[in-house]
Structure formats: C-alpha cells, structure tokens
Design a protein around this ligand. Structure first.
Ligand SMILES: C[S@@+](CC[C@H](N)C(=O)[O-])C[C@H]1O[C@@H](n2cnc3c(N)ncnc32)[C@H](O)[C@@H]1O
Length: 326
C-alpha cells in the first residue's frame, strides 16, 4: 500500500502505524468471519464488530473496512474536529454501506453507547496518542515547530475548563513540573527550574516560547538541531494535559475484555514505554484472572520496511490480548 493514499487533513498525512501487522492479525485470527460464502439462499451476514477507540483520520479503519467486508466499526475520538472531518471522508461507509458509526467521546466511555446492537464487540482497537493532523493544526500547540498557543487538549470544547499546556507551565509548582517531566527526561529538575525562571520574566504562551526556554537550558540543542529532547518535553506535557496514562489505566482497570464476544481481542498500539508498561501490566493481570492471554509472545514493533517509510514509528509497540484464547 502506497503511503500517498492516507487521508490528507489540515494539509498533513498520517501514516497508520503497524498497519500490516494489524491487518494480518485480524486476517489470521478471525477467518470464520471473512470466509462466509453466499450460499444462494438469503443468509444473514455474521458481522464482526470492531470499536476503533482512537479513530483520528480513520486510516486504520479505512484499511480494515476495505479488506474485511464483514466488519462494522464504531469509531470514537475525543477530538471533535477529527470526528467532523471523518463524517465527510467516510460518507459512503456511514450512510450507504452503514458499516461505520462515529462518536465524539473518550474511549473510556465506549461501553455506554449503543453502537453495536445486538452483539458484543469482537475487538477493541486503540492507537494511542495524537495524529499528524493535530500536529499540523498550528493553533493547537502540539508541535515545537508551530508558533501556536500551547493548548494541547484533544477536546477543547468538551473540557473548556480543563488546563491547557500553557496553564500547566505558568501555574504548576516546581515540584509538579518535575513530576510531569521526570518519566521522559533525566533533566526534569533543570527543565522545571528554567520554566519557573522564565515565567517570572514573562508568561509562557506559545510553542516557540517553550522551545526558546529549552534552548536556553540546553544551548547545544539549537546548534546540533537534535530536537528529540524538545519533542519529549512536548510529549510529556501533552500526556499530562490529557491525563493520557490515567485514562488508559482507568479504562483497562474496568476490564473491557470481559464485555466482549468469545475470542474478543484488545489490540493496543503505544508509543512510549510508559504507555506500554500500563498495557503490559493489565494484560498480565487479565491473564492471572484467567480472562485469556496475550496472542504474541513478543511485543510487535515496526518492520524494516515500515521504518523506512515512516521513521517516526520507531517507538511503536503493539500488544494483543485475546479473551478465552484457545
Ligand atoms: C494516533 S491517532 C489515531 C490515528 C488513526 N489510527 C489513523 O490511522 O488515522 C490517536 C487519536 O486518538 C484520539 N484520542 C486520544 N486519546 C483519546 C481518548 N482517550 N479517547 C478517544 N480518543 C482519543 C486523538 O484525538 C487522535 O485523533
């Protein structure tokens, strides 16, 4: 599949990470759904119901709907602008084929919607984090390359009262800032100190304000153009603004796998070891509770081919837990 076929939104493309592995998993583990033959008599299709809890630009979902005609998807995204775009990009799948429903909400609430009656979900798919479409929206402050206001909330309308990244930088104590950064950077103390000093001089408002603070602390970064450190600070902030680890942990604590159909699967792609640790912890717990087991002994990571096509995928990890796996 050529990368140019991914949806273009806000002038950006988003590469659906590990898509070959995702397609291969569903293809291999659920042949009974894909091999249904039309016997000539009127027979009801046995649909496979998938919840895509992080729909984004819907690139994974599009591939799945194209490859598996017996699949129906309920797509959720916290970001109203993603759902709005998807309603236009997927008109055919929503209205003509009736194989896609979209919901603007947090995946933690998947179970509260009537999106797959009368059946239970056969699989729940989560591709954690943010998309290139959100990064490309200069006004949201997700990228250190933008000069936008440091907002970083996925759901700015829904949580109008929620803290933006700028609120956090300007209001949190030194201790709280260290707590935010320490999982992602060994120099968290130094970064927190620089933020506290900088905000005494003037409020930190935009992505480039923050970038400049970091350049002051680590002058070598600007010279060497090694922006990895800056990206990590932005990532730590984004994860904190959206409570990403807490939401993931709370959701998996609710044991969504129990509410799924027999052989139901939970497929999760994460982008940082802190996220993967949360996923691994719950999958181990579920195994102990005899809910099923992990499908792949080793966590799946991008192939050489994918790393060439999309170097940004290098930290991606995919785990799959299958209910009553036999
Ligand atoms: C990595 S992108 C998904 C990209 C998508 N798989 C694709 O191929 O286009 C993650 C998406 O999840 C959304 N998101 C993040 N946390 C969420 C949550 N707790 N509930 C629902 N959506 C969430 C983000 O707004 C973003 O659009």
């Amino acid at each position: 599949m050529a990368t140019q076929s991914w949806h273009v939104i806000n002038g950006a493309k988003h590469y659906p990470v590990l898509y070959r592995e995702v397609l291969a998993f569903y293809n291999t583990f659920y042949p009974q759904y894909w091999e249904q033959r039309d016997s000539g008599r009127r027979r009801k299709t046995n649909y496979f119901y998938l919840a895509d809890g992080t729909f984004g630009g819907g690139n994974h979902s599009k591939l799945l709907l194209n490859q598996f005609k017996q699949m129906k998807i309920a797509g959720y995204d916290l970001d109203p602008s993603m759902i709005e775009k998807a309603e236009k990009n997927f008109e055919d799948e929503i209205y003509s084929q009736k194989r896609l429903q979209l919901v603007n909400d947090n995946f933690i609430n998947i179970e509260t919607y009537d999106t797959r009656p009368p059946r239970k979900f056969n699989s729940i798919f989560l591709d954690l984090g943010f998309s290139q479409y959100q990064v490309a929206d200069q006004d949201r402050g997700f990228s250190y390359l933008s000069d936008g206001y440091l907002d970083m909330r996925y759901a700015p309308d829904r949580h109008a009262e929620g803290s933006t990244a700028a609120d956090i930088l300007n209001k949190c104590t030194h201790y709280e800032l260290v707590e935010i950064f320490k999982r992602y950077d060994p120099h968290a103390e130094k970064i927190a100190e620089a933020i506290c000093d900088a905000r005494e001089r003037s409020i930190i408002n935009t992505a480039s304000d923050l970038k400049n603070v970091l350049f002051d602390v680590f002058p070598g970064l600007a010279r060497s153009q090694k922006y990895n450190k800056i990206m990590k600070v932005f990532m730590a902030l984004r994860i904190s603004v959206n409570n990403e680890l807490i939401v993931l942990d709370e959701y998996l604590y609710k044991n969504p796998v129990l509410g799924m159909a027999k052989n139901g699967s939970m497929v999760i792609i994460s982008f940082h070891s802190t996220e993967d640790q949360v996923v691994a912890k719950h999958f181990r717990r579920w195994k102990k509770l005899k809910y099923g087991q992990e499908v792949f002994k080793k966590v799946l990571t991008p192939s050489k081919e994918e790393l060439e096509e999309n170097p940004a995928s290098r930290s991606a990890k995919m785990r799959v837990f299958m209910k009553e796996f036999d």
